[in-house]
Design a protein around this ligand. Structure first.
Ligand code: PGA
Length: 252
């Protein structure tokens, strides 16, 4: 059975002290929630991963990285490898976030290398993808999403899918306050699950968690999460506030 997941992508927010406070707050506020088959993830910046990991011990919170480099080590100034992440206890990594694609020039080809590396290193990958507004307006959104998955992800073997979580994030909904309607999210998620079935197997389609991301907040989370093929959310802005993030977790 696939898990329900609520993941907070903190992006470039929170210094050391703020990270400690937020982790502590989330840890405390979800302690008594009945989180059966539901995972709670937070993704602090690289410099705060270690301190966050220390603070989630014996709690239901998992700490994930926002990015990684595809090489083992070497002359890649400013980058962090899978091995480095693993060495401090990170088990999952976000790959392909739209901000990495658009602001830092990460191509489908680079993302495919990162996915391979993460899988080979035994990390779980939260793979992000989603169309731009123009794509949706011109009714190209299904083609764009299919291409992103084919180029960045569909090279992996069927047995590696136990290490994959998908996050559909329409770019026009990220940080804009504009959310895809629950119907739009469901339609795309069902399309994606169908692709997994065609390309791989029913078991891959059934067991892969597909998250929705893009302006999820307490007021819209429940309706989006109620859709059959939406298994949770990747939350940006609203994950920086303990109450909002907890309310989103409660919605699931
Ligand atoms: P948002 O960000 O919730 O602030 O729209 C989502 C994301 O970028 O993952």
């Amino acid at each position: 059975m696939r898990s329900k997941i609520v993941a907070g992508n903190w992006k470039m927010n929170n210094n050391s002290k703020e990270t400690k406070t937020l982790v502590k707050g989330i840890r405390k506020s979800i302690k008594k929630l009945p989180l059966e088959n539901t995972r709670v993830l937070v993704a602090p910046t690289f410099v705060n991963l270690m301190s966050a990991i220390k603070r989630i011990k014996k709690s239901k919170v998992e700490v994930v990285a926002q990015n990684m480099h595809q090489e083992n080590n070497g002359a890649f100034t400013g980058e962090v490898s899978a091995d480095m992440l693993k060495s401090i206890g990170v088990k999952s990594v976000i790959i392909g976030h739209s901000e990495r694609r658009s602001l830092f020039g990460e191509t489908d080809e680079v993302l495919a290398l990162k996915v391979t590396k993460a899988i080979n290193e035994g990390l779980e990958v939260i793979f992000c993808f989603g169309e731009q507004l123009e794509d949706r307006k011109s009714n190209n959104h299904f083609t764009v999403v299919k291409n992103q998955l084919e180029k960045g992800l569909f090279h992996i073997e069927a047995n590696a899918w136990s290490q994959i979580v998908l996050a559909y994030e329409p770019v026009w909904a990220i940080g804009t306050g504009e959310t895809a309607s629950p119907e739009q999210a469901q339609e795309m998620h069902a399309f994606i699950r169908n692709l997994l079935q065609e390309k791989y197997h029913t078991s891959v389609a059934d067991n892969t968690s597909i998250l929705y991301g893009g302006s999820v907040k307490p007021s819209n989370a429940e309706e989006i999460f109620s859709k059959q093929d939406v298994d949770g959310g990747l939350i940006g802005g609203a994950s920086l506030n303990v109450k909002d993030f907890t309310d989103i977790i409660k919605a699931i």
